[in-house]
Design a protein around this ligand. Structure first.
Ligand SMILES: Cc1cc2nc3c(=O)[nH]c(=O)nc-3n(C[C@H](O)[C@H](O)[C@H](O)COP(=O)(O)OP(=O)(O)OC[C@H]3O[C@@H](n4cnc5c(N)ncnc54)[C@H](O)[C@@H]3O)c2cc1C
Length: 540
C-alpha cells in the first residue's frame, strides 16, 4: 500500500464515486471498509495522517463501557460488548483480553461492584471475555503487586479488551485498500460542490505535499470528521446548528514499575465523578483519563496543567509508588466528539452512542460512538448512505471480515506482534541489513526496519507518522523518541529519496510537536487551564 498506487487509482477513476468519505479516523476508515466490501467504489480523504485525530489518542480499550452500565444504558453496553467480541475475532493480533481490578478500600465496594460486573459479563453473552469475581486482599495484591496497600480490603476482577488504536487503524486502512477503496492521507477537503438543486455532490481537496488542487464527485458524501464535524456541516449549510460538544481527555505514561503485574486498575468514581484507568500497555503504564469541555477542537490538543495534576493526584491514591511530574514519560491528549443532547454541560454525561444525520444538503454526517463500535457505526452509516444514493442493495459483510495482519498467535513475534502476519516480513528486513535490526534507542524496542516498513507499506509520509502512529514511540516515551528522531528521519529520507533540507524540516516540525508530549516544567502558581508545556513566565 503506497501513495503512488492510491493516486494511480484516483487518476484512473473517470466517473463519479459511489461514496466519498471525509475523515481518516476509526469512523471514516470503518465506513470505507464497509462500503468497499459491499462492492461500492469509495474514496476517503484525510487532511493529516490516518489516525492523527482522536483515533490514536484513546485509552486503548475495546470495551462495553462499565460506566454506561451504571447509567442504565444496557443496549449501548450490549452493542459494544458484541463489537468487542467481533473485534477480538477479526483482529486477534491487535486486541487482547485484559483483567481489570476494581480495588476496594470500603467494606461495601466489593459486593456493590461485584453485582454490576456480573451483569456486565452476562450482557456479553457468547462474546464474554471471562467471568468477574470478587478477590480477597491477597488475591488483589497478586494481580496488582504495586497497588497502595494501606486500607486495601480486596477487589473485583472483570475482563475487557485492550488494543493498539493507531496500529489497528493502519491495518484497517490496508484492509480497505485491499478491498478496492482509495484512501489518501494529507488530502484536506477545502470545500464541497453542489448540483443544480443545491445538494452536495462532491468535494474539493488539496494534496498537502504538492499543493495540487482536486475536485471529485460522488453520489453521496459522508462527513466522518470527528471533532471537526461541525466545520464541514457549516461548509454544506452555513446555518447548521452545532451538534458536537468537544471534550478533552488526557493520559500520562509511566515506567511499568508503577503498575507491575498483568492486570489493570479501574477506578469507578474519581473525585470528579469520572472513571479512571491505569493499564499496562507496550511495557509501560498508561493512566487516564479526564473529561474537560473545550470550546474549539485542535488538531494537536495539549494537556492542561489542571488535568496533569488531577491524574497525578488520583493515581497517587491507588499506586504504592506515588508518581510525580518527573516520572511522566509522555502525556497525550485527545478530543471526544460527543453528540450534544440539548445544552452541553457535564460532558461526562453526554451520549457515547453514535448519531447518523442526513443533512438538508444531502451530506451524511456520522459522529459520536467510540472506537470499539466503529464497525457497527460504519454498517449503519453505509446502510443509510446507500439508500440515499440509490445504490444497488448489498448486505454488510464486515462482522466476520478478518482485518489485515490477522494472526491467531502473533505474540510469538515479540515486539513485532502488532504487525500480525506482516511480522515475518519486517523481520526479514531486519535480517537483510544488520543496521536495520538495531534499536533506535535503548529505552524502546523499535528498530530501523520498522521505519523502512512504515514508509514502504504503511503510507507514512512524515517523521511524526512513523514515531507517533506506525510505531507508538512518542506516546510511550517522548524524550527517547526525540533521541530516535535523527536516525529515523535519515532512514525515511533514504527510502523516499529526500534531501537534507527535507530532513531538517521534518526534525524541526517533529521536535515542535513532541513538546506537547513532554511535561517539561512546573511553576507552583501555574494557572488552571495553562498548557503544560507553555513557556515559563519571564523572571522579573
Ligand atoms: C481521551 C479519549 C479516550 C478514549 N478512549 C476510548 C477507548 O478506550 N475505547 C473506545 O472504544 N473509545 C475511546 N474513545 C473514543 C474514540 O477514540 C473515538 O470515538 C474515535 O476515535 C473517534 O473516531 P473518529 O474517526 O470519529 O474521529 P477522529 O479520529 O478524530 O477522525 C476524524 C478525522 O477527520 C479528519 N478531518 C477533519 N476535517 C477534515 C477535512 N476538512 N478534510 C479531511 N480530513 C478531515 C481529522 O484530521 C481526523 O483525522 C476515547 C476518546 C478520547 C478522547
Amino acid at each position: 500500500m503506497n501513495r503512488a498506487e492510491m493516486y494511480r487509482r484516483l487518476r484512473g477513476h473517470g466517473s463519479r464515486w459511489d461514496m466519498i468519505v471525509v475523515g481518516g479516523g476509526a469512523t471514516g476508515v470503518g465506513v470505507a471498509i464497509d462500503a468497499a466490501t459491499r462492492g461500492y467504489d469509495v474514496l476517503l480523504l484525510e487532511q493529516s495522517d490516518f489516525g492523527k485525530g482522536t483515533s490514536s489518542r484513546s485509552t486503548k480499550l475495546v470495551h462495553g463501557g462499565v460506566r454506561y452500565l451504571e447509567q442504565g444504558n444496557l443496549s449501548l453496553v450490549m452493542e459494544a460488548l458484541q463489537e468487542r467480541g467481533l473485534l477480538l475475532e477479526n483482529a486477534p493480533h491487535l486486541v487482547s483480553n485484559l483483567g481489570f481490578v476494581v480495588p476496594s478500600y470500603d467494606w461495601w465496594e466489593s459486593p456493590f461492584y461485584g453485582v454490576g460486573l456480573k451483569l456486565y459479563n452476562l450482557l456479553a453473552g457468547k462474546y464474554g471475555f471471562g467471568p468477574s469475581r470478587i478477590l480477597s486482599r491477597e488475591e488483589t495484591l497478586e494481580h496488582l503487586p504495586t497497588i497502595r496497600q494501606e486500607g486495601l480490603r480486596g477487589g473485583v476482577i472483570y475482563y475487557d479488551g485492550q488494543f493498539d488504536d493507531a496500529r489497528l487503524l493502519i491495518h484497517l486502512v490496508t484492509t480497505a485498500f485491499e478491498q478496492g477503496a482509495t484512501l489518501l492521507n494529507y488530502a484536506r477537503v477545502t470545500g464541497l460542490t453542489k448540483d443544480g438543486e443545491g445538494f452536495v455532490d462532491g468535494v474539493r481537496f488539496t494534496d498537502g505535499e504538492t499543493g495540487e488542487p482536486f475536485e471529485e464527485h460522488a453520489k453521496v458524501v459522508i462527513n466522518a470528521t470527528g471533532a471537526f464535524t461541525d466545520a464541514l456541516r457549516r461548509a454544506a449549510d452555513p446555518s447548521a446548528e452545532p451538534m458536537i460538544a468537544a471534550s478533552q481527555g488526557i493520559h500520562l505514561v509511566f515506567e511499568a514499575s508503577f503498575l507491575e503485574g498483568q492486570s489493570a486498575i479501574m477506578v469507578p468514581h474519581t473525585s470528579d465523578g469520572r472513571v479512571m484507568f491505569a493499564i499496562p500497555w507496550h511495557g509501560h503504564a498508561v493512566v487516564g483519563t479526564t473529561d474537560t469541555p473545550v470550546a474549539e477542537p485542535a488538531m494537536e490538543p495539549v494537556a492542561l496543567e489542571q488535568e496533569i495534576e488531577f491524574i497525578l493526584q488520583t493515581a497517587s491514591l491507588y499506586l504504592a509508588k506515588k508518581p510525580t511530574r518527573g516520572d511522566v514519560l509522555s502525556v497525550f491528549a485527545g478530543i471526544r466528539p460527543l453528540v450534544r443532547s440539548g445544552e452541553a454541560g457535564n460532558t461526562a454525561a453526554l451520549s457515547r452512542g453514535h448519531t447518523i444525520r442526513i443533512e438538508k444538503s444531502g451530506m451524511v454526517t456520522i459522529c459520536g460512538g467510540k472506537w470499539t463500535t466503529y464497525r457497527r457505526m460504519a454498517e449503519d452509516c453505509v446502510d443509510q448512505a446507500a439508500t440515499l444514493a440509490r445504490l444497488p442493495e448489498s448486505p454488510c459483510v464486515t462482522s466476520h471480515l478478518n482485518v489485515h495482519g490477522f494472526h491467531a498467535a502473533s505474540r510469538k513475534f515479540g515486539h513485532l506482534s502488532v504487525y500480525g502476519s506482516d511480522a515475518p516480513l519486517v523481520r526479514q528486513l531486519e535480517e537483510s541489513d544488520p543496521a536495520l535490526a538495531d534499536r533506535l534507542d535503548a529505552a524502546l524496542p523499535y528498530t530501523g526496519a520498522q521505519v523502512v516498513w512504515a514508509v514502504r507499506e504503511e503510507m507514512a509520509r512524515t517523521l511524526e507518522d512513523v514515531l507517533a502512529r506506525r510505531t507508538r514511540a512518542l506516546f510511550l516515551n517522548a524524550q527517547a523518541t526525540l533521541r530516535m528522531a535523527p536516525r529515523a528521519v535519515q532512514l525515511m529520507a533514504g527510502e523516499m529519496g529526500r534531501d537534507t533540507e527535507w530532513q531538517a524540516e521534518q526534525l524541526r516540525s517533529f521536535r515542535q510537536i513532541a513538546q506537547n508530549y513532554l511535561v517539561t516544567w512546573h511553576h507552583p502558581e501555574t494557572l488552571a487551564g495553562t498548557p503544560a508545556n507553555a513557556p515559563a513566565p519571564e523572571k522579573i
